[in-house]
Each structure stands twice: as structure tokens, then as C-alpha cells.
Design a protein around this ligand. Structure first.
Ligand code: NAD
Ligand code: MG
Length: 395
């Protein structure tokens, strides 16, 4: 039986950047005295997964990749921690009895296990923004029907969540998402054309996983966040603004009808947003760097450039078109991202491919079930892969 007062938590994607930071926050908040860790999941890095599971006394450790099952089982031999592998086991991890599930898998791979947790009624601490971009209202409804809360972990959305005053939703005029602008903020398209993944992943302010780092360089991450904001906060697309703020100190803002703008500020450290999600509605005591305003001296802002960063324009298009366009944009870009990392296509081709697939699937029917979402996702992946193969043949 669970100890009374202990929060039961599972971390989907515990071996990633958000996952590691989540375990750090769990430790800062008392570790096993405060939390009972139900399940952890990872992918290829089973050594870290096993070490994490032993360190926090997890009941279950799952690797998404069947090929690593034997290694995981061996690493956990004699500990009493259950080892499992594969897609179904991942869903089972989401479905186990945790009160709160940190959704920190990268990409659409996180959708099915997060959905299982949502349907069961767990509170969802959502880092895996692709869930909302792909499944939108269906995902929000699944959380609502399950009876759990949806608490954003993405720093911008955590900021907005914190700036939304209770009962004042009707007074919200606009949501202002801040964007660092990434490593290519001041670069021309010609300069960006030839960059490698190694160059593109070097984010100026945040240390993060590979996909989101590349997504920051192309601003595709901000595109996903615009769609994420639409679904999280139920605002009209016209109410979502993006402003480039290179220092990443203001994490985002909410503008109200009286002209007031509320902002949430902090050092760029995901542990603040993670901690907030883990203890909401309380604020935890956290050992993170404090802002030194005198040292900071200034905050800068620039209008975003949708010509150099077409991903922002694609997000608006996806929002205007509705239906499965978010799922399509996300899936096509995910395929293009892998092709870019493998050196098969150039940096600028990622947005081109996403746009081509979105246009080709403009008449695709809206999703009325999760199966429809998965079907649209698959079709978009297939089309993106075709375009990439044709481009390679032509080259
Ligand atoms: P990461 O690449 O560092 O970690 C991803 C995790 O998912 C790892 O545990 C990995 O093992 C697992 N994983 C990878 N492929 C998988 C698959 N096919 N099936 C199951 N598991 C798989 O990524 P991250 O930077 O921690 O980002 C995780 C999510 O959080 C992303 O959706 C990202 O956009 C979001 N996010 C991250 C940050 C950040 O600071 N890193 C900030 C905001 C939002
Ligand atoms: Mg973010």
C-alpha cells in the first residue's frame, strides 16, 4: 500500500534532459521520503535507466526498445525492480497507479503512454508538447474525462499558467510567448543553409535534448509551442503572439484587457517549471540560481522573422486550417529532423518538407478519435519520407 502523504509519481522519458532534471527535483523535495516512484522509462540508455531506478527505488523500469531488454533485466537482477520492454510495456508504465505522471518522452512516441496515464486519471505534468500538437482537443478531453489535471512543464507554458489569474480567463487579451531566437537568431538564410546538426544543436541559453535544441535553431520548437498554447489555454490563434527575447529571462507573459501584462521571470533552468508542476498548487523550495537584476542590467526584445524562420508561419497555417494539420506538421517535421541529423537533407529543408506535406494533406478529414490521429501521423511520415527519398535521388 502507498504511504499516506507520499506522492506516487512515474517519469516517462526519465533518461532524457527533462527526466534527469525531474529526478533532481524529486531528490531536492525529499526523495523517497516524499515520493514513491512507480515507473521510469527510457530508450537505449539502459545503464542510466537502471541506475536511476535503483537510486529512487522505482517499482518498474521500461525500455522502449526490445533489443535492450536483456541488458536492462541483467542490470536490475536481484533488486526486485521489474524490468520490461517495448511499446505495450511503455503504455503499461503510463497506466500504473501513479498520482502524477511526468510526460517527458520526446516526439509522438510519448503520445500513447501519456494518453494511458490521462485516461486513468493521473495528473499529467506535460513536457512532451507533441502530445498536444498532434492530438489537440482529443488529448485535452482525455485528461478531462480521466479527471486529472494537465500541468504544463514547457517553460513558456508554465509561465503562462502561473500568470493566468484564477477566474480571470475572460479578461485575457493575449498570450505572449517568448523565444530566445536560438543560435541562428541573427543569421541569414544563406548562412543557415549549410549548417550541420552539431552546429545547430548549440543553444545559447538552455541545455536540452537534441530534438528541441535543433527545434530552437529552426524555431520549429516555437511553432509547436504556439499550437501547444492554443490547446492548453483555449485561446483563439489571433491571441497568440511570439516575441524574440534573447536572454530567456522572461519565460512568457499574459496580457489582460486592462492593458496589464503579467510575466514570469527566472534563470533559464527547467527545474523551476518542473518543480511547479510536481507540487502545484504549492511552490516548492528549490535550489536553483536566483536572478540578479543588477548583473542582468537589461532585457532585449525583437520581432520574430517569419521569412528566415518559416516554421512560425507554418504554425499559424496549421492553427488556421485546424483538423489534423498540427499532427501532420509535427510528424513531417519529426521525419525531416531525423533526416537532417543523418546528414541527408539541409537545415532549411526541414520546414520545406513540413510545408509540402501539410499542403498535400490539406483535405485530410479531421480526427474524431485517437486512431484517426495516429493514421494522419503515419500518412504524414510516409509522405515526408517519400519527399526526402526523391530529393536524395535527384541530388
Ligand atoms: P531527450 O532527448 O533529452 O529525452 C527524451 C527521452 O525520451 C529519453 O528518456 C529517451 O530515452 C526517450 N525516448 C526517445 N525516443 C523514444 C521512443 N521512441 N520511445 C520511447 N521513449 C523514447 O529530450 P528532452 O529534451 O528531455 O525533451 C523531452 C520532451 O520535453 C520533448 O517533448 C521536449 O520538447 C520537451 N521539453 C524539453 C525541454 C528541455 O529543456 N529539455 C524544455 C521544454 C520542453
Ligand atoms: Mg519551451
Amino acid at each position: 500500500m502507498a504511504d499516506i502523504g507520499k506522492r506516487r509519481i512515474s517519469i516517462l522519458g526519465s533518461t532524457g534532459s527533462i527526466g534527469v532534471n525531474t529526478l533532481d527535483v524529486v531528490n531536492q523535495l525529499g526523495g523517497q521520503d516524499s515520493f514513491e516512484v512507480v515507473a521510469l522509462t527510457g530508450n537505449a540508455n539502459v545503464a542510466l535507466l537502471a541506475e536511476q531506478a535503483k537510486g529512487c527505488g522505482a517499482k518498474l523500469a521500461v525500455t522502449a526498445d526490445n533489443r535492450h531488454y536483456a541488458d536492462l533485466k541483467e542490470a536490475l537482477a536481484g533488486t526486485g525492480i521489474e524490468a520490461a520492454a517495448g511499446r505495450e510495456a511503455l503504455i503499461e508504465a503510463g497506466d500504473r497507479e501513479a498520482d502524477l505522471v511526468m510526460a517527458a518522452i520526446v516526439g509522438t512516441a510519448g503520445l500513447a503512454p501519456t494518453l494511458a496515464a490521462a485516461r486513468r486519471g493521473a495528473d499529467i505534468a506535460l513536457a512532451n508538447k507533441e502530445c498536444l500538437v498532434s492530438a489537440g482537443e482529443l488529448f485535452v478531453r482525455a485528461v478531462e474525462q480521466g479527471g486529472g489535471r494537465l500541468i504544463p512543464v514547457d517553460s513558456e507554458h508554465s509561465a503562462i499558467f502561473q500568470c493566468l489569474e484564477d477566474g480571470q480567463h475572460g479578461a485575457v487579451e493575449r498570450i505572449v510567448l517568448t523565444a530566445s531566437g536560438g543560435p541562428f537568431r541573427t543569421w541569414t538564410r544563406e548562412q543557415m543553409a549549410g549548417v550541420t546538426a552539431e552546429i545547430a544543436r548549440a543553444h545559447p541559453n538552455w541545455s536540452m535534448g537534441l530534438k528541441i535544441s535543433i527545434g530552437s535553431a529552426s524555431m520549429f520548437n516555437k511553432a509547436l509551442e504556439m499550437i501547444e498554447a492554443k490547446h492548453l489555454f483555449d485561446v483563439h490563434p489571433d491571441q497568440i503572439e511570439v516575441i524574440v527575447h534573447p536572454q530567456s529571462i522572461i519565460h512568457s507573459m499574459v496580457g489582460y484587457r486592462d492593458g496589464s501584462v503579467l510575466a514570469q521571470l527566472g534563470c533559464p533552468d527547467m527545474r523551476t517549471a518542473i518543480g511547479y508542476a510536481l507540487t502545484y498548487p504549492d511552490r516548492p523550495q528549490l535550489n536553483v540560481e536566483r536572478l540578479d537584476f543588477a548583473k542582468l542590467a537589461r532585457l532585449d526584445f525583437e520581432a520574430p522573422d517569419e521569412v528566415r524562420f518559416p516554421a512560425l508561419r507554418l504554425a499559424r497555417t496549421a492553427l488556421e486550417r485546424g483538423g489534423v494539420q498540427g499532427a501532420v506538421m509535427n510528424a513531417a517535421e519529426e521525419v525531416a529532423f531525423h533526416a537532417f541529423c543523418d546528414g541527408r537533407i539541409g537545415f532549411l529543408s526541414m520546414a520545406d518538407i513540413a510545408e509540402q506535406v501539410m499542403d498535400a494533406m490539406i483535405a485530410y478529414p479531421a480526427a474524431s478519435s485517437m486512431d484517426d490521429v495516429f493514421a494522419a501521423d503515419e500518412e504524414a511520415r510516409r509522405r515526408a519520407a517519400d519527399i526526402i527519398a526523391k530529393t536524395e535521388m535527384a541530388a
